[in-house]
Design a protein. Structure first.
Length: 344
């Protein structure tokens, strides 16, 4: 049987063993901490360039068509041809339309003769008021019919509305065309080229009319074209959800074509305060979301951030670093949240 002294000795030994098993680990010495490099988060007032892509077109583009239908007897222009205002571009076979005009004119002439005869009879009290009013109405209807026939005759010929270019021929001579069906794709405005693109709402609110732009095309790989924002849509495109922007190019000497795909960089005039950090500080980036390790004393903390565009070797951080002075750049892959580090 154990004595009380032996029991007491065993109890003290057990406590010492338990305490030794749950002793807090000693902090690592400084020379054994992970070595990292840090860089400051810079706040700068600037305008962030906006990147977009769009299609090149002339300032005004029109689909030209005939008012009436029929056979196309003549298309007197070719694709790419420059034309003058009023120049005849295409014409229908006018046989049927001219016959309708002649018929309406003859009918009007007859009704006007009848009108004079009935009017004289009415003044002599031979014809009734109703007969006179009926012939008067018939003359008015015939005049309207003649105007319609002459209008259709006039618009059975397509003329250039302004100086411009024939971008595409959509139909050929001899084909049957319905009223209003496009025959020619016409570009007006001479040599005034525009790039139409779409930007997100957060970018659209940064832009104003007159902001400068730079446009590049694959067809001219080492050239850039100056331009300016000339139109900003105030309603989003329901299909894409973007706001349409029109960039007018400055005087262009190169041979451009409608449909060129252009890469556009827009430069807003209104500057705002933004935060910049080295791009090496960003980890686990996905889309506009990412993380940085903020330096606080001798420890680092993982902070979620909202990312903006890359500017040279820095990246714009839109949200998350407002109260952070420094972020880890070198060694960021070897640290974890809350870890003590040694900052070089």
């Amino acid at each position: 049987m154990l004595s009380r002294r032996n029991i007491h000795t065993m109890f003290i030994s057990g406590l010492m063993i338990f305490a030794s098993c749950h002793r807090e680990p000693e902090a690592l010495p400084v020379d054994q901490l992970t070595l990292v490099e840090a860089a400051p988060v810079i706040q700068r007032k600037m305008a962030i360039p906006i990147a977009a892509a769009g299609l090149l077109s002339l300032k005004q583009q029109l689909f030209l068509s005939f008012k009436t239908g029929g056979f196309i007897s003549q298309i007197s222009v070719r694709e790419g041809q420059s034309v003058k205002a009023g120049q005849v571009l295409a014409q229908l076979d006018l046989s049927e339309i001219e016959s309708q005009v002649m018929q309406s004119r003859s009918n009007l002439q007859k009704l006007r003769r009848d009108y004079e005869r009935v009017k004289a009879l009415y003044e002599d009290n031979v014809a009734t008021l109703e007969q006179f009013q009926n012939i008067e109405t018939a003359v008015l209807v015939a005049e309207s019919t003649q105007r319609i026939a002459e209008f259709n005759l006039e618009h059975s010929t397509i003329k250039a509305p302004t100086d411009g270019q024939i971008l595409r021929k959509l139909m050929e001579q001899g084909e049957m065309v319905s009223p209003g069906m496009p025959v020619l794709y016409f570009g007006a405005g001479g040599n005034e080229w525009v790039l139409r693109t779409g930007v997100a709402d957060r970018d659209a609110v940064q832009l104003t009319i007159g902001d400068s732009a730079r446009v590049e095309f694959d067809a001219f790989p080492r050239q850039s074209f100056k331009g300016s924002v000339s139109e900003i849509s105030r309603a989003a495109n329901p299909q894409s959800g973007t706001f349409e922007i029109e960039v007018t190019l400055a005087a262009v000497r190169q041979r451009l074509s409608v449909g060129f795909v252009g890469r556009c960089t827009l430069f807003p005039a209104n500057a705002k305060d933004y935060f910049l950090a080295p791009i090496e500080a960003i980890v686990e980036a996905e889309g506009s979301n990412g993380f940085v390790f903020a330096v606080s004393g001798d420890a680092v903390h993982k902070i979620p951030v909202i990312l903006g565009p890359v500017l040279n070797k820095d990246i714009v951080i839109l949200q998350g670093v407002e109260d952070i002075d420094r972020v880890v750049t070198t060694g960021v892959s070897f640290v974890k949240d809350g870890e003590r580090v040694r900052v070089k």
